[in-house]
Write a protein that binds this ligand. Structure first.
Ligand SMILES: [Zn+2]
Length: 57
């Protein structure tokens, strides 16, 4: 698996943002700065609602 992207809805401000499923750094919401995903040594842990999974091509 090459790694997917996820469309994640921020639980604080409802901004939707695309997050790489294997993000190696914390991903913050572009609008309010809440942490959307944190790295766990491989697969990122998504802390908010995943709206859509986007297959990488
Ligand atoms: Zn937000």
């Amino acid at each position: 698996m090459a790694g997917n992207f996820y469309s994640v809805r921020c639980g604080d401000c409802e901004n939707e943002q695309v997050v790489f499923g294997k993000a190696s750094t914390e991903v913050a919401c572009a609008v309010c700065g809440t942490t959307l995903a944190r790295p766990t040594g491989g697969k990122a842990e998504i802390e908010h609602e995943i709206v859509e999974t986007v297959e990488s091509r």
